[in-house]
Ligand binder design. Structure first.
Ligand SMILES: [Zn+2]
Length: 603
């Protein structure tokens, strides 16, 4: 059983019913006009474009010695991506940051560029740390990295009609990159230049102890202005889960309630828009930001402000959440760094054969949640052909079911490591990009390993992210003697990147390279037999093997499509003949039973 965050529930149940989310009063310190953001100057009607956003960051840099604006790559359209580093110790490189021993917090905004209050909240927060200094103590025991806009090209596809469900600003960016990729599906497969820059030049150099990913919701109307999510349960290293439950949900979330907000776990109703169906609070796959960071042994927090609240309210909610989070990290910096270190040690120490959960699912167990909704009439619409909610502004408080207890679903036994034949360059590229340590073989090496035969799979019915992703339905592990060549790649699992390696390289991994079509060629038949060549061989095979003859006859009886297809009949015998391709449907990455001898590995 998992420990549930009862302190949060108690806090929310005790919150006064009249505590409607409101825009809090402006900060007590008057901000000089020169330092007011475009959002502040326009009463939160507008938000700065990308160039103005970067200029604002560089003005901060020009006025304070505690900040550096650094490029970390380019977008598809050639814009420079920037990260703003804030450090009281002027620790502006990963090495200097590590030497301070302080936790590094990465706050990213605009991965969905239309959901942009995180950017405005961060511009204000950085100014209040560095210039007005009302928030200066937030840098005492933490180093803060801010990506003001991650999907920068999409941020410049500005329109008032990019987000039909959203209440301001007047113009906002777009959800997808110019080539039609959703960056918040691209973490593990890492196909976009933006994601490759974020991972390769930022994440695996700085190794932030915490990732914060700022968004705006879609979905139902309700009074909660600030919702959040994080991965928990059997797919998450326990020290990371503990920090998220105790520090974030146990202290930071209640603190935002004290600041005047109505926080809630991300409101994902079991039935669309219907609170009576209860909220589902599960874990996400590593294509998503917070699914990815937990694979890397780091807590990740998804912040989702409510789309129907005014832009000013959403900026304030994000700002306050970031303040509360940084207050927590400053009060207990070692709790965060220790959680990450313990998670890394736990992941690296996993034994061969131990069971690793690749996916999880909610159980039927529920806890009560004090939902702050609005009175709603459900009316049948003959236009839509379904009931449609009609929301009022009248508060409606109720207790609903919150499902958040998770059980493992797809599990694998951990190998000693993997061997990647050097020709599978996509696997080698992704391992390096994600910071997984590997070694090349210096000489030939032969060993008995486990290979994964993919017996059944279903390509996605619809294209998603430019793929028809494979659902792997059935696999079989086969022990085989394999010969490896100098230059093939050994992937040990006694490292912090073990979960990332498993999620890339296991056939059943929900975001693995097989799933995202990178190994489709091993599933495609190569050689085949002509009917007139196979026919006499098949007769001989049946004469020598009565079991095979019975299997063939039974298949003819039970499978009319098979019986009607001469090609399928020929293939039936070809696959069982000595001419069959022994590598067909074999996942190309092997699971090792032991490490190669040290002298087989390149220095
Ligand atoms: Zn989003």
């Amino acid at each position: 059983m998992r420990v549930l965050a009862f302190p949060l529930l108690v806090t929310l149940l005790l919150a006064p019913a009249a505590a409607l989310a409101q825009t809090p009063a402006p900060p007590a310190v008057t901000v000089p006009i020169f330092w007011r953001t475009q959002a502040e100057r326009t009463d939160y009607r507008r938000t700065a474009d990308y160039d103005e956003t970067v200029r604002y960051c560089k003005r901060l840099e020009g006025s304070s010695g505690l900040i550096k604006v650094q490029g970390f790559g380019r977008t598809g359209q050639g814009r420079e991506l920037v990260v703003v580093v804030l450090s009281k110790d002027r620790a502006f490189t990963p090495e200097q940051a590590r030497a301070t021993g302080k936790p590094v917090i990465l706050i990213q905004n605009g991965i969905h560029a239309g959901e942009i209050e995180g950017k405005d909240a961060c511009l204000e927060l950085m100014r209040d740390i560095l210039i007005t200094r009302t928030r200066a103590p937030l840098l005492d025991s933490a180093i803060v990295l801010v990506v003001p806009v991650f999907s920068a090209d999409a941020h410049e596809r500005r329109s008032s009609r990019n987000r039909i469900n959203q209440n301001g600003p007047e113009e906002m960016g777009w959800r997808y990159t110019p080539v039609g990729l959703n960056l918040n599906r691209d973490y593990l497969k890492a196909e976009s230049p933006e994601m490759r820059a974020l991972l390769g030049a930022l994440f695996v150099r700085w190794w932030p102890h915490l990732l914060v990913d700022d968004h705006t919701t879609n979905g139902a109307d309700y009074r909660h202005d600030l919702t959040y999510s994080f991965n928990h349960g059997p797919t998450v290293p326990r020290p990371v889960e503990r920090w998220l439950l105790e520090a974030f949900e146990g202290r930071v979330v209640p603190r935002t309630a004290e600041m005047g907000h109505l926080p809630a776990p991300y409101v994902d109703f079991r039935a669309p828009n219907d609170p009576a169906s209860g909220i589902e609070f599960g874990s996400t796959l590593p294509r998503f930001s917070v699914g990815y960071s937990t694979l890397q042994c780091r807590p990740g927090i998804l912040v989702e402000t409510h789309m129907l609240k005014p832009y000013a309210t959403r900026v304030r909610a994000t700002y306050d959440l970031l303040v509360a989070l940084l207050e927590e990290v400053n009060a207990r910096p070692k709790a965060l760094t220790a959680a990450v270190a313990e998670a890394e040690a736990e992941v690296a120490a996993g034994a061969r054969g131990s069971v690793v959960a690749l996916t999880s699912a909610l159980t039927d167990s529920v806890v009560p949640f004090a939902f702050k909704g609005v009175r709603t009439q459900w009316e049948y619409s003959d236009l839509i052909g379904a009931r449609v909610p009609r929301y009022s502004s009248t508060p409606w408080d109720t207790t609903i079911a919150l499902r958040r207890s998770l059980r493992p679903v797809r599990t694998v036994r951990r190998p000693a490591g993997y061997v990647v034949p050097q020709e599978w360059t996509v696997a080698i590229d992704r391992l390096a990009l994600h910071g997984v340590a590997t070694r090349r073989l210096a000489r030939a090496w032969r060993d008995t390993v486990e290979s994964t035969r993919v017996l059944a799979w279903t390509p996605g019915a619809r294209s998603a992210e430019g793929h028809r992703a494979l659902e792997v339905d059935e696999v079989r592990l086969e022990r085989r003697l394999r010969a490896y060549r100098p230059g093939d790649v050994w992937v040990p699992l006694d490292q912090r990147g073990a979960l990332v390696a498993m999620h890339l390289l296991e056939a059943q991994a929900p975001d693995g390279l097989l799933r995202w079509n990178y190994f489709d060629t091993v599933l495609e038949p190569k050689e085949y037999a002509e009917s007139y060549v196979m026919e006499p061989i098949a007769r001989k095979m049946m004469a020598e093997n009565p079991d095979l003859a019975r299997e063939f006859q039974a298949r003819l009886q039970s499978d009319p499509a098979f019986a009607a297809s001469p090609e399928a009949r020929v293939d039936f015998f070809f696959r069982r003949s000595p001419w069959a391709d022994p590598e067909l449907q074999l996942h190309p990455i092997d699971r090792a039973l032991r490490a190669p001898p040290a002298d087989a590995l390149a220095r």
